[in-house]
Design a protein. Structure first.
Ligand code: HEC
Ligand code: HEC
Length: 658
């Protein structure tokens, strides 16, 4: 979670904003967040933002503009003559060396002030929450509401949603998403032969009840909390992998047991004790520095993961672009002032003087934190603990500080907690959040579908943060069940627009975890090891030396782009390594088992089994004829089946989630 990466992700977002929700009343009037702020960010915020406020003027928000600078208010809604900011722009009165605004941008600013300075946020206040917000609904009802909302937005944009997926496409997608591997051959056959009209909803229920659901969500969250750091990374190798995996497994048992998200988060943030009893102890070390918790790192992680906001640019100075002050970062950090320990143990107590820590021997009063030197600006200032958004917290005596933070965090009324999870879930299932990046919620970066965001957050809170319930609601929607196939009448731009409005499901590459587990299944080998290219001499064929663990090496080679699963940059090396790998031509225990069945399976049955095992569908009659011809020519049947399996796992259809 490096600062560099996040700041880069931020810039294009400022400029090319999301597609807006349905139904603006005056579609062509300029809006602050969408039209005005990108211009100001580029032209003005460097001198009139969070970091510098020349002339005493901050142009990041409307209240700060109204307050104005040394000569008073910079704008007045609907009154160009009384708007100092407009007069400067109109007269091209820019500081030396600064570009003058092009005519089109001037027109935007002029139109915006003249129209009374309208904002997207105001529009959002009129957003219909779609369903009553205070009760839990039936999943099918929520799913239908999701669809009604998305389809209205699509029809507004004159787009026709893609048709529903067929059963094979749906099956493979939902099994991968909810259990982290492709379906088995028998699972696929029984679903494809099922004629029950409710078979999809029933399959979703079945998958949610399996332990694999927990495992998959556990490892997904583990990677979001801290992407695995590989021994081969230039500055990596310090992360204790086994313990991090145990943390993922622990999360998995919680998800599988149906614990609410509030309970899970409480158990992470309030943890006290040793890793052997509580694997989640590792959390604070993972998000800290050098394996130790830091108040700053904990605040940053809690904000990003559980609140969906980025505070990291406010650690050392007020965020130049977002409306977060440096104090808001440290006010949250103050709750972690007494959190001490390392990867292996966490306790709540005063920091020891000896430790080199982000929090120095802190003389600040209870409930306060002193801004350390490493934060550069305002070092030495004491900041009082406060919940995000401002409400100050005064501890009673020397009580623990984390529990009250969790009470606030997981309250149903908390405006951040439910939507942050719902948005990540949406991102997980559709490869794109309703808000992007997923941890950059703020007034000025509103969701693409505000009503839908509200609906999901309300439903999640009303259902006591029941994770399976929310997954069930979304997976039962037509939106989730649409085909990813592109039909000939879809141009590239309609395909992109459809994907952005969730009228189609994008293609993605399997994650490394899913691919590894799926290959283990296809080869019946739970210890599958694809490290040495040539097992005899360890020759790596030009690849860098493999690392010590089969799983980590697999991650290193096959890791996908965690922020964008639809990015195929990893596809080619992935394919090459696999094609080159002798292990995959070296027989499959699952195939052997299948062939041993009595009565012996026919060639046709074997081909079908191979297709079901890998692609989760039956071969087309053409494929079947081709393969029959190939197999019939072969003198070694077992060998040609093995070759067929190898060919199938090397096909792009296998590597993609459709
Ligand atoms: C390179 C730095 C810089 C940039 C970029 C810049 N300004 Fe300024 N601005 C200043 C300085 C310095 C002052 C104070 C001196 C003055 O009034 O000229 C100022 C003053 C102002 C004031 C008067 C504030 C007051 O209350 O006295 C307004 C209004 C203003 N700027 C608007 C803008 C707008 C709008 C933009 C972008 C289109 C912009 N500025 C870009 C440096 C900058
Ligand atoms: C570890 C401390 C630290 C963090 C974290 C940090 N900054 Fe800074 N930043 C600084 C310092 C120090 C300066 C120089 C301040 C000055 O010139 O007064 C600075 C300056 C800046 C400037 C002004 C550069 C210029 O040319 O005038 C911008 C813009 C900025 N930071 C953006 C960001 C953003 C965006 C983030 C989050 C992604 C961020 N910073 C996070 C320490 C930090």
């Amino acid at each position: 979670m490096t600062i560099k990466r996040l700041s880069l992700a931020f810039v294009p977002l400022m400029i090319c904003f999301a597609i807006w929700g349905p139904g603006p009343a005056h579609a062509d009037e300029p809006l602050f967040e969408r039209d005005v702020l990108p211009i100001l960010a580029r032209q003005c915020l460097g001198c009139h933002g969070g970091l510098r406020q020349r002339g005493g003027l901050d142009l990041r928000t409307i209240p700060s503009m109204l307050k104005g600078g040394e000569s008073g208010g910079a704008v007045k809604a609907g009154d160009l003559d009384a708007s100092r900011m407009w007069k400067r722009i109109a007269a091209d009165e820019m500081p030396e060396g600064e570009k003058k605004l092009p005519a089109a941008e001037k027109a935007v600013l002029k139109g915006w002030i003249a129209a009374g300075m309208p904002t997207v946020a105001q529009r959002r206040k009129n957003v219909d929450p779609l369903l009553s917000s205070d009760e839990r609904h039936e999943p099918q009802q929520v799913a239908a509401t999701i669809d009604r909302h998305l389809e209205a937005a699509l029809s507004e944009a004159n787009l026709k949603p893609a048709p529903l997926s067929d059963d094979a496409e749906f099956l493979r997608r939902v099994v991968i998403d909810l259990t982290g591997r492709v379906p088995t051959a028998s699972q696929a056959a029984s679903f494809l032969d099922n004629t029950d009209p409710d078979r999809r909803a029933k399959l979703i229920d079945e998958l949610l009840a399996s332990p694999q659901f927990g495992e998959q969500f556990g490892r997904t969250w583990r990677d979001w909390i801290c992407p695995p750091e590989l021994p081969s990374d230039p500055n990596g190798g310090k992360q204790p992998h086994k313990e991090a995996q145990n943390f993922g497994a622990w999360l998995g048992t919680r998800f599988a047991a149906g614990d609410s998200w509030a309970t899970i988060v409480r158990q992470i943030i309030e943890v006290d004790g040793e890793i052997k009893n509580s694997p989640q102890v590792i959390f604070f070390g993972l998000v800290g520095e050098g394996g130790k918790p830091t108040a700053s790192g904990s605040a940053r992680a809690v904000a990003s993961l559980f609140l969906g906001v980025q505070l990291q640019c406010a650690e050392c100075h007020d965020d130049p672009y977002r409306d977060w002050s440096q104090d808001s970062h440290w006010a949250l950090a103050a709750f972690f002032r007494k959190t001490n320990g390392d990867f292996n143990k966490i306790s709540e107590g005063p920091p020891s003087d000896k430790k080199k820590d982000n929090v120095p021997a802190d003389s600040a009063k209870l409930g306060q934190i002193t801004i350390p030197k490493s934060a550069f600006k305002n070092a030495g200032n004491a900041v009082q603990a406060a919940f995000l958004g401002g409400q100050v917290f005064e501890p009673q005596g020397d009580s623990a500080l984390r529990p009250p933070l969790v009470d606030w965090l997981t309250a149903k009324e908390n405006p951040y907690f439910a939507r942050a999870f719902a948005n990540r879930l949406w991102f997980y299932l559709f490869s794109r959040g309703l808000v992007n990046p997923v941890d950059d919620f703020r007034e000025l970066n509103p969701p693409s579908h505000p009503g839908l965001m509200q609906l999901l957050a309300n439903e999640f809170a009303a259902a006591d943060f029941d994770v399976k319930h929310l997954v069930r609601c979304v997976c039962n929607s037509r939106a989730y069940q649409r085909t990813s196939r592109v039909t000939p009448d879809m141009t590239e731009s309609t395909t992109a627009a459809l994907t952005a409005l969730f009228g189609r499901v994008p293609l993605r590459v399997m994650t490394a975890d899913v691919l590894f587990d799926s290959l283990k299944l296809a080869y019946g080998d739970s210890k599958l090891d694809l490290r040495a290219i040539d097992p005899k001499d360890g020759n790596t064929n030009g690849e860098s030396a493999p690392v010590a663990d089969a799983y980590l090496e697999f991650l290193r080679r096959f890791g996908t782009n965690e922020e964008d699963a639809t990015d195929f940059t990893h596809g080619i090396p992935q394919l090459l390594t696999m094609i080159n790998h002798p292990r995959l031509l070296n027989g499959s225990k699952s195939l052997d088992e299948f062939l041993k069945a009595k009565p012996a399976p026919t060639t046709e049955q074997t081909i079908e089994w191979l297709y079901l095992t890998t692609l989760s569908r039956r071969p087309t009659s053409e494929e079947n004829a081709d393969i029959m011809a190939y197999v019939n020519k072969s003198s070694d049947l077992a060998k040609s089946y093995g070759g067929l399996l190898w060919m199938l796992v090397n096909s792009s259809e296998y590597l993609l989630v459709r």
